[in-house]
Design a protein around this ligand. Sequence first.
Ligand SMILES: Nc1ncnc2c1ncn2[C@@H]1O[C@H](COP(=O)(O)OP(=O)(O)OP(=O)(O)O)[C@@H](O)[C@H]1O
Length: 658
Amino acid sequence: MDVVLNFGGQPKSAEGDPDPWQSKVRPGTVRRVLAYFRPHIGKVALFVLIAALESLAVIATPLLLMRLVNDGILKNDPRLVVMMACLAAGLAVAGGLLELASAYISGRIGQGVTYDLRVQSLSHVQRLPIAFFTRTQTGVLVGRLHTELIMAQQEFTHLLMAATSALTVALVLAELFYLSWLVAVVTLLVIPLFIVPWVYVGRVIQRRTERLMEANANLGGLLQERFNVQGAMLSKLFGRPKEELAEYADRAGRIRTIGVNLSVFGRLAFVMMGLMASLATALVYGVGGNLVLDGAFQLGTLVAIVTLLSRLFGPMVQLSGLQETAQMIVVSFSRIFELLDLKPLIQERPGAVGLARNVAPDIEFENVAFRYPTANEVSLASLEYVRAERKRGETTPEVLRGVSFHVPAGTLTALVGPSGAGKSTITHLVTRLYDPTSGTVRIGGHDLRDLTFDSLRATVGVVSQDAYLFHDTIRENLLYARPTATEDELIEACKGAQIWDLIESLPGGFDTVTGDRGYRMSGGEKQRLAIARLLLKEPTVVVLDEATAHLDSESEAAVQRALKTALRSRTSLVIAHRLSTIREADQILVIDDGGVRESGTHEALLARGGLYAELYHTQFFKPGGNGTGPAGDAVDTLTYEAELDDEPEPLRHVVRGG
Ligand SMILES: Nc1ncnc2c1ncn2[C@@H]1O[C@H](COP(=O)(O)OP(=O)(O)OP(=O)(O)O)[C@@H](O)[C@H]1O
């Protein structure tokens, strides 16, 4: 089956790039879809059985009514009248119960398949590399995993109902022929006149519904992007509320137009259904009434025929959308399969080993080269919003080349260098967010690719520049690092991270909500909470990106003290922005243009008079700096150093694990 479905309204792709909004269904998809129903085969069989009983109930009632009129009313038999009426009522109740049962079972099958698919796709997306997330538009991914799955499930329920309808229609037509072949033939000739326009209206409704979902997703994506704290802040700072509102209004206007259209067509469908039933009834009474007068059949038969016809239209209408429904299901599934078929670039090797815990390992880079993966390697064009840059055979530039260095166990290495030099990229390789293109990264003598993910995660702890906190309580954010931590352990970690005094002073204490992405905390507080999280995790390797944002002297000193605890006895790789950290490092690596340009201690590198000396004079040490940003840091940092000097344990000692 080869189906192409346009999910409408999206910008056109670049030349030569197949429009990713068009989902081309691959051969074999139908078989793959059916495989998801295999575990539910028992329920499917039960559903078919109930559907058959339902159809029998549908065709039995007119026969009862026929007897009621012909043998009861016309032959003056009140007992039979009451008996047939009771039986008809009983059948109606049984039919209702059967309908409920079939709704329950079809729901169980549909929801079961959706559940399997949802869990499978979530666990798959979890394993996709970070590169996938850097390229994907979150709102669209959420749409794919959520809204489209719900759509597939709804379509599936329609499909099951349509399958029931097929049986009902067949039985009703057979009974119609049995009662009066003439009326049956007239009905068969007339029915298409009603059904064809109805099918047209049904298609329009389906297309409009898809467009409405797409428009809703578009507006949702925009709201998600603009109303998260960072988006809202950007919008406020750049002061473009009018343009933003115009864009919302434009998208909301689209939803309004489609919505109005949809409600008119929905009503039209309803009116047409009613009209169809009324016209058919009038026609059958007209033709059938004459046949009764001619003595071709009795009045009871006419009543039975009219009752049968009223049961025919609903199932016929459902049946008419069968092919489209099946197509929609296959397309929806194939869009999920597309995601499931993305191979996770970073995988755990079979037979991967664990690292010894509680012993700080060394880190080694041996002739490492790296380029970021291309879009084709890691993501789906249909999940990216801006797709113009995607080309066949595209490559990305080499960001690291020939990088070799060694961080001895329990020591601190500072990475310094100009912006875009590759410092963060080096730290990404230590955490195995990416694998090197060539060369080897080792921790404790093991190639990272030979280690289990669990062991690597337990060994390496990261504190990033802008610490991310979930929109949850401080407690839950901390427990994320160690779910089994006791209250005392939480307090101890917070004390070590110099954040306990603050938490203790909050009315809600640990139960205070941090706000979306931690925006209700200051930069320094967030970083200290991240350090507390790290302390709870107890990694033996710490990767730290020092905050470049200027912190007031009090938070700065607190963060420094917290770091002192965090780095104690650990092997540390720090992207350093503070002179104090750099000076205390056992080794400084000067990164420039993707390579290690210089390495050594602060004094040795200064004496060398190379790039480090230049950076030192231009960035880290600027007497008379205005105190903001890195240029002013030296002045601030020297103050903190004076404060830190009062500490019983000098930083240098601590860093070396002394
Ligand atoms: N996810 C990514 N995909 C593609 N290229 C990237 C990605 N992240 C960084 N780069 C590129 O890799 C190069 C090195 O970036 P990196 O972030 O490692 O530099 P940096 O030294 O940490 O810079 P800064 O000090 O400004 O943070 C830059 O040219 C950058 O544009």
